[in-house]
Design a protein around this ligand. Sequence first.
Ligand code: AHN
Ligand code: ZN
Length: 337
Amino acid sequence: MKRNHTLIIPLFALLIAGITACGNSKNSQAAGDTTPAGGASNVSVPAFNADSAYQYVKAQCDFGPRVPNTQAHRLCGEYLFQKLRQFGAQVYDQHADLIAYDNTILKARNIIASFNPDNRRRVLLCAHWDSRPYADEEQDEALQRKPILGANDGASGVGVLLEVARQLQQQAPSIGIDIVLFDAEDYGIPTFYRGSYKPDTWCLGSQYWGRMPHVAGYNARFGILLDMVGGRGATFYYEGFSQRTAGKYVKKIWDAAHRIGFGSYFPQRNGSEVTDDHLYVYQLRKIPCVDIINYDPNASSGFGDFWHTHRDNMDIIDRATLQAVGQTVLEVIYNEQ
Ligand code: AHN
Ligand code: ZN
């Protein structure tokens, strides 16, 4: 069989890449002295502030579409990096040149924030921070080639994680947390593309990080990926790949959501399998990773009728959805021993 160069080249063509770690390592604050006997308990879980998360979503959108190789993308990357440092994390900056489906070289930047970096017990939280260069789900073809704002698709997950980071600085959980903001998730082959199919054109930043983690041999107990977690009326069904490869953590997260009163957002029923960053976290780093993603298997709209259109802007962001997801994430990580 002929070697599959189209697969190998894009994945390994990591032309120029560099990682730099920047200090600010006043991190290990004593974890609370509560010692719960497993599961939900007497641990104090901070209150997620949805107004704060909303402002972080808006701040990203205010830069405009965060498409790799644009000024808005560079400026937003700098904003996210500085924000995470301000929250007291050890922040790693991972620059990489990644090859898109059409051979564009994307100047990509994964941003990784480690809280309590010396703790061996770790949980990974992740989201993508880039936004899609196309609105290829628009009906009007003229609109399809314009980049989207990605308030939900991109900014929402990052906004929730910035608010989680702010909470981590105020009160440390028992475990270490790594927040990974992946770049170049949403540069996958557009529907209007007439060239030949290529595999693995989505999630370029997580594919890079999976092969080249910020710390050699990086591992975590499990991961949670947030994708499209701010849309009004969102529902989060079990995502198929997560269920297959990280089932016990799916249960842990959905149980937590139900325990604290957000069950209506988290139906305990199977959804579809979605190609997303969690695939590469699992395949390349063997870390079970759960995708919390707005996908309704029963609705024709699937990811929401604003998905990959210009309607994915601040108008469809609902603080109540951000609250449901953010408080559930806090409930899970502060109960982890
Ligand atoms: C596909 O469209 C194949 N997967 C969805 C991954 C994605 C795009 N998440 C956000 N935007
Ligand atoms: Zn997308």
